[in-house]
Each structure stands twice: as structure tokens, then as C-alpha cells.
Design a protein around this ligand. Structure first.
Ligand SMILES: Cc1cc2nc3c(=O)[nH]c(=O)nc-3n(C[C@H](O)[C@H](O)[C@H](O)COP(=O)(O)O)c2cc1C
Length: 379
């Protein structure tokens, strides 16, 4: 299989590999880290309220903050008022955004209640009419991201995808679970395939549980989707795009990055967070980022205990130096982890993830990203 390009209408992506929106995580620093590692086709922002964008709300504007290196960029918006969705789309086009993605998965009651987010999956005609207005008001591609449906009895994604194709969208992203399923059970590959079969011309992007190049290939081959979108797997392994592109082209699995490369990229991630959010907030936000890198350091409890209290850039250097000293007890003479501590290969699926240490802080445990507490739990 080839890692070819992918067209979203007029927008040609260099690879068919996309970063899924992860509210709270897919901010500018993380997107830049991913882009610097290479072979990403398209990054997407966290979801943004269309009305807040129009009101120039400070938090909403921060969510769409970007820079010259951060292209091509899709902004994901939600809302149910056609005039607002259209005006927000126009605004984003004028700001140079490459495409606009419509969220059809948000479970928050106040969003669904007015017909936005995942409620859009249940009202095909109204949703298609709204999206058509967006498509007709701009030149950039409009895409839609959905789940397979509300629950197993209402697998509306194929019908909705067809209606949205008619309305002129450039692609459909589909997470292979229902809204009711949350993150339980496995991704329904046959369900994604039915969405692929339901549309005539536009690409369908498969999404859900991809944590390795092999899992991406399985998704592509078993659903015939045109590309894959990776969310949590990119946080678990920021190298996943470059490794997957290489694997799809050559069949070869590149070796995992070594400890020093992981530390280099993690440090770059922190520096970008400090640049974008300022030192205090950047360091606080980094408390939930560092432990994800540490998952592949080998024994890391010492590092995690320090990093979850991080408050300054200088602290980070101290924590890292002390951790490197502490970690030496687990290494052989050549600096490799002793066999007893050697890492297992990265997992195909989150349910196989046994890399966590029992005494690890809460943010490092697998639930921290896969099933976040609060209203996001059914993303
Ligand atoms: C913490 C978190 C935040 C998410 N935020 C969004 C979001 O803002 N918009 C959206 O469409 N999906 C969101 N999702 C869903 C993901 O984009 C994706 O569809 C889902 O996690 C399955 O893909 P994955 O297994 O590759 O993570 C979120 C998921 C998580 C875990």
C-alpha cells in the first residue's frame, strides 16, 4: 500500500494522515511538534464555538492561534445557527485557514440541545441544509466529523455522509463508535466501511484507536477509507505520522526513537508551550504533557512526580537532570535499559496499553486522555 496524497476538494494534502481534534491538547505547540517530526497531512484545532469566534472571545481566538509553520490547518467549529456558522466560516477563510471542519460529535447538552454537535447526526435534512450554506459561502473546503450514529439502533453515518456529499462537503471524518458507546468496546471497522460505500466521490477518513503504523494499515485496508485521522495515538506517539507514512510506502517499521530523541522532542514541546502560553501557564499545561513522553522512558515515576508540579522552565531542567541520574540505575554499560526494564513494543490498541506504572500520577494513567472526566466523556 502506498502513502499517497489526499485531496480535500481543492486542497491537496501531502499525506493521507490527519491529526484529530482533541480539546485541550491539539493546541499550536503540539501541532508544531507534530509538523516538525514530519509527514502529517492536515492538523485540526480543538473545537471552537462559532459564536464565540464572531464575538472575538479571547479564549476562542487563542484556540485558533496559528503561525506560518502551522499549515495546512483546519479549524473545527460547532454551532447550530446557520448564520453564525456561515459567518464564522467566512471569518476563518479570511484569516487564511485551509479548511473548516464541522463538529457533529460534541455531546455537551447545551450544544446538542440547540441542535449542534452530535444532535446533528439525528437531523439529516436540517444538518445538510446548514452545511450547504457554509459550502456555498466560501472557497475553502468544508469537512464534517461524526461518529457512526447516536447508538447501535441509529447508525445514521452512511445516510448523513451521503446527504453531506450532496451538500458539497469535501470529506467526512468518522470515528468508528456510536455516541452511546463513548470510548468503550472496539472500533467498528465494518461501520466505517459502510460510510465509505455510502458516498460516491468524496474521501472518507477513518478514525479511532490507531496507535501504531500497523493499526493505520488495518484501518485503511479493511474499511477502504482514503486516509486516517489519529488523535490520542498522536499524543501517545508523536512520531506516529512519520512512521506510518514510511511503513505504508515501504512495509518497513522504523525503530522507535531513543531516549535522547524523546527528551529532545519533549523539551521542544515545552519550549513551544512557554512561547505560546507564557512560562507560568505553559508549565502548568505541560504537567499533563510530560508524562505522555515518559511512558516510553522506562521507569519514570521519579520524573512524573516532579513534572506534575512543574512551575518554571528552570524547574524542568532540574527535574530532567535529576531524573537522568536516577534512571542510570536501570541502564547497562552501553546506556540501554536493562532487559528487565526493556519496553514492550508500542501497542496496537489502547486496550492493550500496559506501559503504565502502578504508582504513576493520575495524569499519566490511560484514562487521562482516552476517557476524560466531565462532559467530554463521549467525544
Ligand atoms: C480529550 C479528548 C478531546 C476530544 N476533543 C474533540 C474535539 O474537540 N472535537 C472532536 O470532533 N472530537 C474530539 N475528540 C474525539 C477525537 O477527535 C477522536 O475522534 C477520538 O478520540 C477517537 O480517535 P483516537 O482513538 O485516534 O483518539 C476528543 C477526544 C478526546 C479523548
Amino acid at each position: 500500500m502506498k502513502s499517497s496524497t489526499l485531496d480535500l476538494g481543492p486542497l491537496q494534502l501531502a499525506t493521507p494522515l490527519l491529526l484529530s481534534p482533541l480539546a485541550g491538547y491539539t493546541n499550536l505547540p503540539f501541532r508544531r511538534v507534530i509538523r516538525e517530526l514530519g509527514r502529517i497531512g492536515l492538523c485540526t484545532t480543538d473545537l471552537v464555538n462559532a459564536r464565540s469566534l464572531l464575538e472575538q472571545n479571547r479564549k476562542a481566538l487563542k484556540l485558533i492561534e496559528s503561525c506560518a509553520e502551522d499549515t495546512p490547518l483546519a479549524v473545527q467549529i460547532f454551532g447550530a445557527v446557520p448564520e453564525e456558522m456561515v459567518a464564522a466560516t467566512r471569518l476563518l477563510e479570511s484569516l487564511g485557514v485551509a479548511s473548516v471542519d464541522v463538529n457533529m460529535g460534541c455531546p455537551v447538552r447545551k450544544v446538542c440541545h440547540v441542535g449542534g454537535g452530535s444532535a446533528m447526526m439525528t437531523e439529516l435534512d436540517r444538518t445538510a441544509a446548514l452545511v450547504r450554506q457554509m459550502v456555498e459561502s466560501v472557497r475553502i473546503p468544508i469537512t464534517c466529523k461524526m461518529r457512526l450514529g447516536w447508538d447501535d439502533d441509529n447508525l445514521t453515518a452512511p445516510d448523513l455522509a451521503r446527504a453531506l456529499e450532496e451538500a458539497g462537503v469535501a470529506a467526512i471524518m468518522v470515528h468508528g463508535r456510536t455516541r452511546q458507546q463513548g470510548f468503550d468496546g472496539s472500533v467498528n471497522l465494518a461501520g466505517i466501511r459502510r460510510v465509505v460505500e455510502a458516498v460516491d466521490r468524496i474521501p472518507v477518513i477513518g478514525n479511532g484507536d490507531i496507535t501504531s503504523p500497523e493499526a493505520a494499515r488495518i484501518m485503511l485496508e479493511s474499511t477502504c477509507c482514503a486516509g486516517v485521522s489519529i488523535g490520542r495515538g498522536a499524543f501517545y506517539n508523536p512520531w506516529i505520522f512519520v512512521h506510518t507514512a514510511h511503513y505504508l510506502e515501504t512495509g518497513e517499521l522504523l525503530p522507535e526513537p531513543d531516549f535522547s530523541e524523546r527528551v529532545r522532542v519533549m523539551t521542544r514541546h515545552l519550549d513551544l508551550m512557554v512561547e505560546v502560553f507564557g512560562e507560568s501557564l505553559g508549565c502548568t499545561m505541560f504537567r499533563k504533557v510530560g508524562p505522555w513522553y515518559a511512558k516510553r522512558f522506562g521507569p519514570a515515576s521519579f520524573f512524573n512526580k516532579g513534572i506534575v508540579r512543574l512551575s518554571s522552565r528552570a524547574d524542568y531542567d532540574t527535574i530532567l537532570v535529576r531524573y537522568i541520574d536516577w534512571r542510570a540505575q536501570f541502564l547497562d554499560e552501553s546506556g540501554q535499559l536493562l532487559p528487565k526494564y526493556a519496553l514492550r513494543p508500542q501497542v496496537l490498541n489502547f486496550r492493550d496499553d500496559d506501559t503504565q506504572e502502578l504508582d504513576a500520577p493520575a495524569v499519566t494513567r490511560r484514562e487521562a486522555i482516552p476517557v476524560p472526566a466531565g462532559p467530554n466523556e463521549l467525544w
